[in-house]
Design a protein around this ligand. Structure first.
Ligand SMILES: Nc1ncnc2c1ncn2[C@@H]1O[C@H](COP(=O)(O)OP(=O)(O)O)[C@@H](O)[C@H]1O
Ligand SMILES: [Mg+2]
Length: 370
């Protein structure tokens, strides 16, 4: 009986070429090693992970090419010796072109249908991205635990603090104006106010709250902040420049939170500058800005707050978002943590660029449409 004529399953491609295409298309690195330990197959993903080209790899002894990676060599030789499959998703790294990449590895025995072992197949998955993601999640976990703890503490401290401040004010009144002991009650009142400020910021950070989304005129917010802050620095020689793109429409946002956000950034900029300086606030529309891979294209508004102060030293850059990181004697170190949270709640992004000696620019990206 004749088999019905069907399309060739390999789409007309020669069988050998077909298999090669399949292996080359696998996103994980695939390396095949002969019984003698020589590399017989090396796909493009393996080139990418290892930094070796296929030409360098094929025919080379695996042990020589991967001489630095003892863990890999041991896995391969054990699989060839014993015929068992070995996986390691934790401990293996591949050093390629100066970088150390964490990889998840599985090593399968290569066995003919007759049962004869003819080598091993290694699959390597680059897990750099997964590791980074894990680190971010750990950081977020830590922050949220910290937040809960801080909120609890803040509530506990708030009432007794009010009591202390009230008592100090009473005492001050009893002492009467001009009494030299008022210097001490003054310190007590000032310091309780300072603690109160920290606690209010902490509560702001830790308390879950809904967003009050409304059409918001960004330029009005920014203009008001600049107007107010200009008065605060009237005794210094600081120029406030604003460059707004008039085509920006109202955006859906929480006005109180955005005010808080830009006020924090402007205050930081003014804190950073000395007697002379220039603060520049710019707004523009970025069309088709892509937030992250897989996320829909969306139009974003970019607001930049730039100063020409001393800048942020490289070693501090990664710490500025951390709660309580402050280089100021009276800082709380919560301002930027709050900014970060507000931006995230608006599904935006905030980034910083700093050139020590030349100033700092904070850029906030907010979606035009939520
Ligand atoms: N524009 C800026 N220029 C220089 N350093 C800055 C600027 N903005 C923030 N920083 C640094 O980041 C730190 C954290 O800022 P922030 O979270 O607002 O806390 P705080 O202002 O209370 O110190 C500041 O203490 C400062 O060292
Ligand atoms: Mg601040």
């Amino acid at each position: 009986m004749n088999a019905p004529v069907t399309a060739h399953p390999c789409n007309g491609i020669h069988h050998h070429e077909y298999l090669e295409t399949v292996i080359d298309s696998v996103g994980d690195g695939v390396i095949v090693i002969s019984r003698e330990g020589d590399i017989t197959l090396f796909n493009p993903a393996a080139e990418e992970i290892s930094g070796f080209s296929r030409r360098q790899a094929i025919g080379s002894p695996f042990e020589r090419l991967f001489a630095m990676e003892r863990a890999l060599i041991e896995m391969a030789s054990k699989t060839i010796r014993t015929g068992i499959t070995i996986s390691d998703h934790e401990n293996v790294v591949v050093r390629s072109t100066g970088k150390v990449k964490p990889v998840a590895v599985t090593c399968y025995p290569l066995i003919r249908s007759s049962g004869e072992s003819i080598g091993a197949i290694l699959t390597l998955k680059d897990i750099t991205y997964i590791r980074e993601l894990e680190a971010t999640v750990r950081q977020a976990d830590r922050l949220s635990t910290l937040g809960t703890l801080a909120a609890g503490l803040a509530h506990e401290v708030k009432n007794p603090l009010g009591g202390i401040k009230g008592a100090a004010q009473l005492l001050e009144r009893e002492l009467g104006q001009g009494n030299e002991l008022c210097e001490y009650t003054g310190v007590m009142i000032r310091e309780t106010e300072r603690i109160d400020h920290i606690i209010r910021e902490l509560l702001e950070l830790a308390s879950p709250r809904g967003l009050n989304m409304q059409p918001v005129n960004l330029h009005k917010i920014l203009g008001d902040i600049l107007l107010l802050q200009k008065q605060a620095v009237a005794d210094r020689n600081i120029a406030c420049v604003s460059q707004f793109d008039p085509s920006i429409p109202d955006i859906m946002a929480d006005e109180a939170l955005l005010t808080r956000l830009f006020l924090n950034l402007v205050r930081n900029a003014l804190d950073a500058m000395g007697e002379d300086g220039q603060l520049t606030v710019t707004s523009r529309v970025l069309s088709d800005y892509r937030m992250a891979q897989n996320e829909r294209h969306s139009r974003m508004v970019a607001v930049e707050v730039a100063d020409d102060g001393p800048g942020i030293p490289g070693e501090d850059l990664e710490n500025i978002w951390t709660p309580f990181f402050s280089t100021k004697s009276t800082g709380t170190g919560l301002g930027l943590t709050i900014c970060h949270k507000i931006v995230a709640e608006h599904r935006g992004m905030i980034k910083v660029e700093s050139d020590p000696g030349h100033g700092t620019t904070f850029t906030v990206l907010l979606p035009l449409v939520q």
